[in-house]
Design a protein around this ligand. Structure first.
Ligand code: NAP
Length: 309
């Protein structure tokens, strides 16, 4: 077999699995899509232990990546298109070839969810964005909006408050889902206005976004917020279509795992945000990467000795 373990995903979970496996002498390949995954887009991570001043997501992931490489993890910029088990082999198909290993760890994270309202697709890249850290500086001094009430939306709103003239945080309920501390910062920020109980109905504009039509769910009133950009931050979903019919997934496509992060296919483990769970943090992704690595290592150890190819 070419590899002991193939890891899918180059975020904190996958990279940490790489550190543990390579350090343990396992021949490990990591396939990454977007370098560093979603964590690399976080402007400042304040709750990862060991960094009392905080650290940017991209710096943190770059360090973990360097560590994985230093121990010998081979990293390729390629995404898996299919996975199958043939006897004791796991076969991972990428664009031009089929890669073979004893075990696989899936840590492909999630991607931003779309609102699915008129104008969202048409104005994407012209005022509609899913990443304030990436696109926020384009709207310096202008009014912008963020949609969502979770940690990501609140962090995006606070980041944008340092750039934009005004930030409207549009949330569908009358209570934020975000952690108390972050929520309080948003509530008390002079440039952040929280628009409660409201859902966007359409994004307006021809060449670029000019405003957002919102519906107040409690009063039924429809109004328009003028904004040069809207950052949609309503959670994330996994891109696990290639695993449908291969592994047990929940209705939203998250991977179901059992003991030791084992999926429904023996020798295939899942770690981090792609797994069914209710607490998605960098620190938990890192911990799961280490656990999945140990489980994969144990699995390799109980398999029959490798055949010569
Ligand atoms: P999330 O926690 O699932 O929050 C999604 C938000 O979007 C919720 O407020 C939800 O409203 C709203 N929403 C969902 N669908 C909507 C729709 N169709 N229309 C309007 N609003 C909609 O997602 P997240 O904020 O991206 O966070 C994902 C995970 O990462 C969470 O576990 C979060 O704690 C974690 N995270 C942590 C940090 C940190 O520093 N600790 C930072 C970022 C993310 P409802 O509240 O009404 O459901």
């Amino acid at each position: 077999m070419t590899y002991d373990v193939i890891i899918l995903g180059g975020g904190p979970a996958g990279l940490t699995a790489g550190i543990y496996l390579s350090r343990g002498g396992k021949k490990t390949l990591l396939l990454e899509g977007i370098e560093g995954g979603e964590a690399a887009r976080i402007e400042k991570v304040e709750n990862y232990p060991g960094f009392p001043e905080g650290i940017s997501g991209s710096d943190l992931v770059a360090r973990i990546r360097e560590q994985a490489r230093a121990f010998g993890t081979e990293i390729r910029s390629e995404e898996a298109a299919a996975l199958e088990a043939v006897g004791e082999e796991k076969r991972v198909r990428v664009e031009t070839e089929v890669l073979v290993s004893r075990s696989v760890i899936i840590a492909i994270g999630t991607h931003p969810r779309r609102l699915q309202v008129p104008g969202e697709k048409e104005l994407f890249g012209r005022g509609v964005s899913y990443c304030a850290t990436c696109d926020g500086p384009l709207f310096r001094g202008k009014p912008v909006a963020v949609v969502g009430g979770g940690n990501s939306a609140v962090h995006e709103a606070l980041h944008l408050a340092g750039l934009a003239s005004r930030v409207y945080l549009i949330h569908r309920r009358d209570r934020l889902r975000a952690e108390h501390v972050a929520g309080e910062r948003a509530r008390s920020h002079p440039r952040v206005e929280i628009v409660w109980d409201s859902i966007p109905q359409r994004f307006l504009g021809d060449e670029s976004l000019s405003g957002i039509e919102i519906l107040n769910k409690k009063t039924g009133a429809v109004s328009v917020i003028e904004a040069a950009a809207v950052f949609v931050s309503i959670g994330a979903h996994p891109r696990t279509e290639f695993l449908r019919g291969v592994l047990d997934l929940d209705p939203e496509g998250f991977i179901v795992t059992g003991e030791n992060l084992q999926t429904s296919m023996p020798g295939v483990f899942a770690a981090g945000d792609v797994r069914v769970q209710d607490f998605r943090q960098i620190v938990t992704a890192v911990a799961e990467g280490a656990r999945a690595a140990q489980a994969a290592e144990n699995y390799c150890g109980v398999m029959s000795p490798p055949r010569r190819r």
